[in-house]
Write a protein that binds this ligand. Structure first.
Ligand SMILES: *[C@@H]1O[C@H](CO)[C@@H](O)[C@H](O)[C@H]1NC(C)=O
Ligand SMILES: *[C@@H]1O[C@H](CO)[C@@H](O)[C@H](O)[C@H]1NC(C)=O
Length: 203
């Protein structure tokens, strides 16, 4: 009994120490300076326009801050205005549950120099307002730092993406409906023919 109680207490304590849920965003240091090409308020076309992102360790941190950095992931993240009333884009402090940054720009091994990438906005990026954030990970694939193009309240340097136009979407829907209709009618005719020939055979 006493051992069970002890086990329970230690599991509870390790959960409280956040190992149970993993890393939280609020525990991460903003060690990276991240800049990107979009101007504040610019509207980018998905599938066409490019974004250039540059990142480096903020020089106000001591040398060796990046000694545990193994991987960097740069992502497009939803600004608060595009998260409103959309639970599927919600910001959660527990990193595993956070849905702020859903669109990967690049994932690559961390190096201390030449940290620039040009990315063409993917066609599946929805129309919304965004900022860019980079996370650095250690060898255990845990987040150990971040940087972003906006301020802590996510109000400055925001830009938008204009997704594939509505006309294309409705054309796609029309062609899907049309194909479904053709398949159904094909089976319909097939079935009728079958019945007809059966009826003839029975005569
Ligand atoms: C974006 O980059 C691609 C590939 O480098 C290039 O072909 C394209 O013209 C660029 N788009 C714009 C709008 O500059
Ligand atoms: C570097 O970090 C310091 C201290 O956190 C901050 O005041 C400064 O704005 C950062 N530099 C850049 C370029 O973001």
């Amino acid at each position: 009994m006493a051992i069970n109680g002890f086990l329970f207490a230690s599991i509870l304590i390790s959960c409280l120490a956040a190992t149970c849920y993993g890393i939280t965003f609020s525990s991460l240091q903003r060690t990276l300076d991240v800049t990107a090409s979009p101007q504040s308020g610019q509207v980018l076309k998905a599938g066409e326009d490019n974004i250039t992102v540059t990142w480096s360790v903020n020089t106000s941190f001591p040398a060796g801050t990046d000694s545990s950095y193994k991987t960097v992931k740069v992502k497009l993240c939803y600004a608060p205005i595009s998260q409103k009333d959309r639970g599927w884009r919600k910001t959660v402090d527990i990193m595993k549950k956070d849905k702020t940054c859903q669109h990967l720009i690049v994932s690559r091994p961390y190096t201390s120099s030449n940290n620039t990438i040009t990315y063409t906005v993917k066609r599946d990026v929805p129309t919304a307002t965004y900022f860019i954030r980079a996370y650095v990970f250690n060898a255990a694939a845990e987040e150990v730092g971040y940087g972003q193009t906006t301020d802590a309240h996510k109000t400055t340097n925001l830009f938008s993406v204009d997704a594939v136009s509505g006309r294309h979407v409705s054309l796609d829907i029309a062609s899907v409906c049309f194909s479904a209709f053709s398949i159904v009618s094909l089976f319909g005719f097939f079935f009728l023919e079958k019945r007809k020939s059966k009826a003839l055979a029975a005569k």
